[in-house]
Design a protein around this ligand. Structure first.
Ligand code: FUB
Ligand code: ZN
Length: 649
């Protein structure tokens, strides 16, 4: 039976249905080039972005010898298919759908047919020159793609018991193992984009095969020990263009500047960093290695306390889609790629396996309900790659430095890493609600759900009844059907100081241990917990070292960060101000944006000058205005308009 978390939440139910009924079929059509949509470049006027079509399934057909043709798209085009397959796996886990299963089985057959005899799997090189494989790892993404396939295969196998997909994954992993490692005759290197490490660890967890753990560790520990590795490969490389100039990127771009255990700050490409950290934390949790854990902790602290936007986004510049430096968090030129948010959620989940600290669950929540969810439109068919905290559509159109900051979500993007990543994240949300360890079961996320865990010598069921994320209560019923006392840690949200608790109907004092309140449920017994968490509307301020946010305030309620959007507040919204003493009114509007809590406050608006002069010596005057805030995730669903999270106070 295993562990089963059945999400019954209205909020998440809608999203998960949307992924199943709209997003997965839509993405399937896109991957097959039959969606009839326009694919947009993620940056305007960038000729290097392939955006005529996806061609992702066709690449496999060509590699499998089923059709004639050539490869089209990025070197990592295969990963779009793998992430789709992974999302299908979780979706089938939640609800069997024979038609979808049929499609998935066809895709698995196609992937198996595209796999080389020796296990190598990558359509780019299978089509364009297998003799050049593993020779341009800075940009080739071969191991990255196989890592995504392995993740999908493990998920599909776990959901359905399909042996074939796991066999293909093991063959691919074995090929990598045959070609990489410390032994003479093998390549002493690693992929330019971390991901294979995550896949190998997942394969280890499902097969128990030590070689995969060893290989994942090898890739992680080798990284940064050979900063010249990519350059040396690139100098010799004669194969098809897999590099696109990436080999000239700084070592930090690839987290290749020093060994991982010595890296104190998050450097370079943000998605790469958080994927690397996810694998590193999984390795630390799996092996109990304190030094590796220390490295995870340093990077976690640096990201979340110095380099993360209030929405949970990360990556401060589009140059290299990268981190920059501490406290550099520009609101309207940043990157905040959807995949980086998703990767941070992965990282948080692994950190929770290592130590029961609610800060990981808090960051997971912040990132999930804000940056990650903003990555998709409410229709499940439009997606952001970049998630800004401030947008002026005219500037995005005219300023090349802001052409990546789109005011409206495109249907699909030339680089399509984010949409299928969202699909697999949302369909696997059940894996993020709890952390199970021998010491305790942690309730990390308040999500209406019914769960059964095989635990110790029996089972434990936990039912959460909550109207979260809008409502301020979670009723938890625990049934301990084991012969031991079971410890449950319930996260007390950090965003309120006024939470209260009742246990079996009686008020109880909250005692926080690293953010969790622990209770012991007797063997064979049950317990009812009622947690109330008032969702005060909060004013959030940034450390003044973040120069962009000085004198500004961001509004939040519960897990949601709020924003002002032009459609509710008119144009030139930078001219709005929320004085320190204005009070808030909150109303849940069921008919707006699929149901959102709206916050209103009295504020001021700079009166636009009647003069056209650029500079004057008279201070602008202000008029009264009502400011209307909506949750950040729901912005850009009502046409093109301005938006800002940080508002002048
Ligand atoms: O390189 C593969 C993916 O494409 C990255 O994770 C994204 O940031 C995008 O660059
Ligand atoms: Zn992405």
């Amino acid at each position: 039976m295993g562990n089963n978390v059945k999400i019954t939440s209205e909020f998440w139910g809608r999203y998960r249905n949307l992924v199943r009924t709209e997003m997965i079929p839509f993405q399937w059509n896109v991957l097959n080039d039959i969606a009839g949509i326009k694919i947009e470049k993620e940056r305007l006027n960038d000729d290097g972005i392939p955006s005529e079509k996806s061609h992702a399934i066709e690449n496999f057909k060509v590699a499998a010898g089923r059709t004639q043709g050539t490869h089209y798209g990025w070197t990592f085009q295969d990963s779009d298919v793998y992430k789709w397959l992974e999302a299908v796996a979780y979706s089938l886990r939640e609800k069997m759908d024979p038609e979808l299963e049929k499609k998935a089985l066809e895709v698995i057959d196609l992937i198996a047919d595209a796999q080389e005899e020796d296990g190598y799997l990558d359509t780019f090189y299978s089509i364009l020159g297998i003799q050049y494989r593993y020779q341009s790892l800075a940009g080739s993404h071969e191991l990255y793609c196989m890592g995504h396939f392995i993740e999908a295969a493990v998920a599909y196998y776990a959901a359905t018991g399909n042996e074939k997909v796991l066999t293909v994954a093991k063959k691919a992993a074995d090929n990598i193992d045959d070609n990489f490692g410390p032994e003479d005759g093998k390549i002493h290197g690693y992929d330019g984009h971390e991901e294979i490490e995550i896949g190998l660890l997942r394969l280890f967890h499902v097969t128990g095969e030590n070689r995969y753990l060893k290989l994942a560790k090898y890739f992680l520990m080798e990284r940064g020990k050979h900063p010249n590795f990519f350059r040396e490969q690139a100098e010799k490389y004669q194969g098809p263009n897999a590099l696109n100039g990436i080999e000239k990127a700084a070592d930090t771009y690839f987290q290749n500047h020093k060994p991982i255990l010595e890296q104190d700050t998050a450097e370079g490409h943000a998605v790469r960093v958080v994927y690397m950290c996810t694998a590193l934390a999984d390795l630390a949790a799996t092996t109990g290695d304190a030094e590796i854990y220390g490295a995870c902790k340093k990077l976690w602290d640096n990201i979340t306390s110095r380099r993360m936007f209030i929405t949970g986004g990360s990556g401060s510049t589009f140059h290299g889609e990268s981190f920059t430096l501490d406290y550099d968090l520009p609101n309207d030129t940043m990157y905040c790629e959807t995949c980086a948010a998703i990767g941070l959620i992965f990282f948080a989940r692994q950190m929770l396996r290592i130590e029961p600290k609610a800060e990981y669950a808090e960051v997971m929540e912040r990132t999930l309900y804000n940056c990650a969810l903003a990555g998709m439109a409410l229709d499940g068919k439009h997606f952001f790659y970049v998630n800004p905290l401030e947008v002026n559509p005219a500037k995005s159109l005219k300023d090349p430095g802001k052409s990546h900051v789109k005011p409206v979500r495109p249907s699909w993007l030339g680089c399509a890493c984010c949409p299928p990543n969202l699909a697999r994240m949302i369909t696997s949300l059940d894996d993020y609600v709890y952390t199970i360890s021998d010491d305790a079961i942690l309730i990390n996320q308040y999500i209406d759900s019914e769960s059964t865990f095989e635990y110790k010598d029996g089972t434990v069921t936990i039912k959460q009844a909550t109207g979260y994320p809008w409502d301020e209560k979670d009723g938890v019923v625990i049934n301990n059907k084991t012969k031991s006392v079971v410890r449950i840690g319930i996260r007390i949200p950090a965003w309120t100081a006024n939470a209260t608790l009742k246990i079996d109907g009686k008020a109880a004092e909250i005692s926080k241990e690293d953010g969790y309140h622990y209770v012991d449920v007797t063997a064979g017994g049950s317990m009812e917990i009622e947690l109330t968490f008032p969702m005060e509307i909060k004013r959030n301020y940034c450390n003044p070292l973040v120069s962009e946010d000085i004198g500004k305030v961001a509004i939040s309620r519960g897990p949601f960060v709020y924003c002002l959007e032009g459609v509710d507040n008119g144009t030139e919204i930078n001219g709005l101000r929320l004085p320190e003493d204005s009070t808030f009114e909150y109303e849940y509007k069921a008919g707006l944006l699929n149901g959102v809590g709206v916050i209103k406050a009295k504020g001021k608006r700079v009166e636009l000058s009647t003069s056209t002069e650029l500079y004057t010596n008279s201070r602008p005057t202000e008029e009264n205005a009502t400011l209307t805030f909506i949750p950040y995730y729901a912005w850009a669903n009502r046409g093109e308009n301005e938006m800002e999270v940080w508002v002048r106070e």
